[in-house]
Ligand binder design. Structure first.
Ligand SMILES: Cc1cc2nc3c(=O)[nH]c(=O)nc-3n(C[C@H](O)[C@H](O)[C@H](O)COP(=O)(O)O)c2cc1C
Length: 358
């Protein structure tokens, strides 16, 4: 059941990211609030490429690159193969990677082999397990143990569950659940959304629960309201498809609220990655777009895509004079349009995120 759901998620998510598919943001084709984040051009700011390093660090962790493959699959035969191929691409490019939700394994241990390839193919890499906030302490430890995870992601997905025909309807115990899981595992816990963003208030709450980092996973890319609507007999929750905070809006709202931030959700190209880093993220995740490249062109195509992103991110940092991903937060950034109005409404500074207060 869960395995079939995963296969459906893969099918419906990739239609959102294929060139012929609907605009991933659910807004007008091609529009993204990332476009409302503009670097101020300084013609003499550039540095030497040899001086630019992609290394990043947060919550006591060190990553070779500020880019990662975010949580997607596992639980069915097909998504096990996807996990294997994503992990090969991650290994070939040095990227950290997260598995999809390990709930299928926690319910049915015979699906273990659809998750273990992530560690097998990326033995020395940074690997993250992924569970929901209803998992018990023992289940959290089993998920981490199965793939010898270096960190544990917990996903928050109230909108998805609400639209999902068979979804959960009880969310009130999630904060206590997160606190229990944090205390039970010996790896850092990163809490993420699945495409609706994390507000500053949520991030503050997560910090108080002992979480070590927050992945805002905002609106603008894979749209789980639309995916779950696509699985209903009638798409009667269509009005929720515009719900949520975009990734840049989340970063602006959540910056300085007690946790280091990661950015994912609708990152279309290396410039979006640079914009997210300039807004204070320590690393940038991609899911649906990378999955579509993998399914359309195979592992080699995904390796080529990631290599291009890392090369162009280095080029942009060279042009901007940022010697490290963290230094992008010192660049002058202009926040325009609806994102600027959002900042004004929320009383947020529209200047670049200077350093990390977490
Ligand atoms: C096919 C698919 C399955 C996903 N499954 C999970 C999951 O199991 N757990 C989770 O935390 N996020 C899951 N996500 C959400 C992604 O991790 C990410 O937060 C979201 O897709 C936004 O990133 P994107 O716009 O780059 O796709 C999934 C995404 C896709 C495309």
């Amino acid at each position: 059941m869960t395995g079939n759901r995963k296969d459906e998620h893969v099918r419906l998510a990739t239609t959102q990211h294929s060139p012929q598919g609907p605009a991933p943001s659910g807004a007008s084709p091609g529009h993204s609030q990332f476009d409302e984040v503009r670097f101020l051009h300084h013609a003499l700011a550039g540095t030497d490429r040899a001086k630019v390093s992609l290394r990043t660090g947060f919550a006591g962790l060190e990553w070779p690159v500020p880019l990662y493959i975010n949580a997607m699959t596992g639980g069915s035969e097909k998504t096990g193969e996807i996990n294997r191929d994503l992990a090969i691409a991650a290994r070939e490019t040095g990227l950290p990677i997260a598995t999809g939700s390990m709930s299928p394994y926690l319910k049915d241990p015979s699906t273990a082999g659809t998750f273990t390839p992530v560690r097998r193919e990326h033995p020395d890499g940074f690997v993250m397990a992924n569970i929901n906030a209803t998992a018990t302490a023992e289940e959290a430890r089993r998920a981490v143990g199965l793939i010898e995870a270096d960190a544990l992601q917990i996903h928050l997905n109230t909108v998805q569950e609400t639209v999902m025909p068979e979804g959960d309807r009880s969310f009130g115990h999630w904060p206590a659940g997160i606190e229990r899981i944090v205390a039970a595992v010996d790896v850092p816990v990163i809490v993420k959304e699945v495409g609706f963003g994390l507000s500053g208030r949520t991030v503050e709450h997560l910090a108080a629960l002992g979480v070590r980092a927050a992945d805002v996973a905002g609106r603008g890319g894979t749209n789980f309201a639309r995916i779950e609507n696509g699985r209903r007999e009638r798409a009667d929750y269509a009005y929720l498809e515009e719900w949520g905070l975009s990734t840049p809006a989340s970063l602006l709202d959540a910056h300085g609220r007690g946790l280091p931030l990661l950015a994912s959700g609708g990152v279309r190209h290396p410039l979006d990655a640079a914009r997210a880093l300039a807004l204070g993220a320590h690393a940038v995740g991609a899911s649906g777009g990378f999955l579509t490249v993998l399914l359309d062109g195979g592992v080699d195509a995904l390796v080529r895509r990631i290599t291009l992103w890392l090369d162009q991110l280095t080029a942009l940092m060279t042009m901007l004079g940022a010697h490290s991903p963290a230094a992008l937060a010192d660049c002058d950034v202009l926040v325009t349009g609806s994102l600027r109005a959002f900042c004004q409404d929320r009383g947020l500074s529209t200047g670049a995120a200077k350093g990390d207060t977490a």
